[in-house]
Design a protein around this ligand. Structure first.
Ligand code: AMP
Ligand code: GLY
Length: 429
């Protein structure tokens, strides 16, 4: 069958790569794609904000499955428009996508359906938010300021002091540094613990968790510097014991499914629970309604399944609860970022060494922000490449990934040296 993937980052490269492994895949298209995706699929320019243009393309190319990668088109309701025209779509509709598109909606869902999360307040007016901070009700634990709308992972400030909270509220609500995303702000209690990404397929009735992973959101080693979209990930995560996993199933997964049903939400795609493993137990930081980036670049290579079968089962609402075939060992992805990322990434630097690493065993380089210029691969975004390695264990996977990274070069490239190091430390405890 012919398949269209929407998106053009490292996540979509991994999706196209996994889809191409399925014997069911016919011609694969990707809109817009990137220089790496172009080696596996036909990249096309499509206006995904115009559902009739997408529908016209699906008919012309006889495409029978559309897989939507990023949150933007999901929040815009593209999946609903395609489904209404009889298309098979892997990706949630507009109502479900609000769980990511509005942190205020997400927190309200968590509270109503008893999912564990930090205590919080939602504000639409700066004077109310600042009034709360100066009131008796305020406790200094409320130090996390989140723009409610979509801000590419950058709209969250974990303040160190009340003064910083005030500045963050003013930035979001008065200066509007996150634009319309800061029209509403969530102010919530600070949680402490290890972060964990639990990403699952979900058709509204069944939830099928994939490999648990840990992301690294800060730009520099030792979790220093500003937040990014994610600088690397590894999985499985050693601190996730069976007992803890049972709690996550009982306290997060099951109430989530019940909540969907109670609210009448049609959910056919991915649910990503961003969790903090606190001393009191797992607590939700956020929902995403799509695959994580870069987590997907570890998850797909580590799970040995026909992904087209899985995406179709979700799209048709006939997902079955079962154990997925997982490769033994561990996987890691390290992101190579452009000069100036995350503030002002530079474009146009020539990337060298990609051919040399293509044949390394266990290594796959997923392109994120790349394009072709005069026949050469150049940087075209903040996160440029995701170097994935699978190995017999985390030590082996890291060795392979960092060996490959050492062979790829472009001006201004930077990456974290400590992706997965936490996993190694925790495994020893
Ligand atoms: P979010 O987009 O909500 O996942 O927030 C981005 C990042 O901010 C998370 O991955 C955490 O590292 C941090 N964060 C968010 N909420 C909290 C919280 N309540 N306490 C501590 N850190 C948080
Ligand atoms: N890696 C975090 C995210 O995809 O939101």
């Amino acid at each position: 069958m012919n398949i269209l993937v929407i998106g053009g980052g490292g996540r979509e490269h991994a999706l196209v790569w996994a889809i191409r492994k399925s014997p069911k895949a016919g011609k694969v298209y990707c809109a817009p794609g990137n220089a790496g995706i172009a080696q596996l699929a036909e990249c096309v320019a499509l206006n995904v904000k115009d559902p009739s243009a997408v529908l016209g393309f699906l008919k012309e190319k006889e495409i029978s499955l559309t897989v939507i990668g990023p949150e933007g088109p999901l929040v815009d309701g593209l999946a609903d428009a395609l489904r209404a025209a009889g298309q098979k779509v892997f990706g949630v509709g507009k109502k479900a996508a609000e769980l990511e598109g509005s942190k205020a909606v997400a927190k309200d869902f968590m509270r109503r359906h008893n999912l564990p999360t930090a205590d919080y307040r939602v504000f639409s007016f700066a004077e109310d938010a600042l009034g709360f901070v100066h009131s008796n009700e305020y406790s200094p634990a409320f130090r996390v300021v989140k723009a409610s709308g979509l801000a590419a992972g950058k709209g969250v400030v974990v303040a160190k002091s009340v003064d910083e909270v005030i500045v963050a509220l003013q930035d979001a609500m008065i200066k509007r540094v996150f634009g319309a995303a800061g029209e509403k702000v969530v102010l919530e209690e600070t949680l402490e613990g290890e972060e964990l990404s639990v990403i699952a397929l979900c058709d509204g009735k069944t939830l099928l968790p994939l490999l648990p992973t840990q992301d690294h959101k800060r730009v520099s080693d030792g979790d220093e510097g500003p937040n990014t979209g994610g600088m690397g990930a590894y999985g499985p995560v050693p601190q996730l014991t069976d007992a803890l996993w049972k709690r996550i199933e009982a306290e997060v997964c099951e109430p989530f499914l019940k909540g969907l049903q109670a609210d009448g939400i049609d959910y056919r795609g991915v649910i990503y629970f961003g969790l903090m493993l606190t001393r009191q137990g797992p607590k939700l930081l956020e929902f995403n309604v799509r695959f994580g980036d870069p987590e997907t670049q570890v998850i797909l290579p580590m799970i040995d399944e026909d992904w087209v079968d899985l995406f179709e089962a979700v799209a048709d609402g006939r997902l079955e609860s079962r154990e997925l075939r997982r490769r033994p060992g561990a996987g890691v992805v390290v992101v190579m970022a452009a000069h100036g990322y995350p503030a002002e990434p530079r474009k146009g630097d020539v990337i060298e060494g990609l051919e040399a690493v293509a044949s390394l065993p266990g290594v796959t380089v997923f392109h994120a922000g790349t394009s072709l210029k005069d026949g050469r691969v150049v940087t075209a975004g903040g996160r440029v490449l995701g170097v994935t390695a699978v190995g017999s264990d985390l030590v082996d996977a890291r060795r392979k990934a960092y060996d490959a990274l050492g062979r790829i070069r472009f001006d201004g490239a930077h990456f974290r040296q400590d992706i997965g190091a936490r996993g190694l430390r925790l495994a020893k405890v």
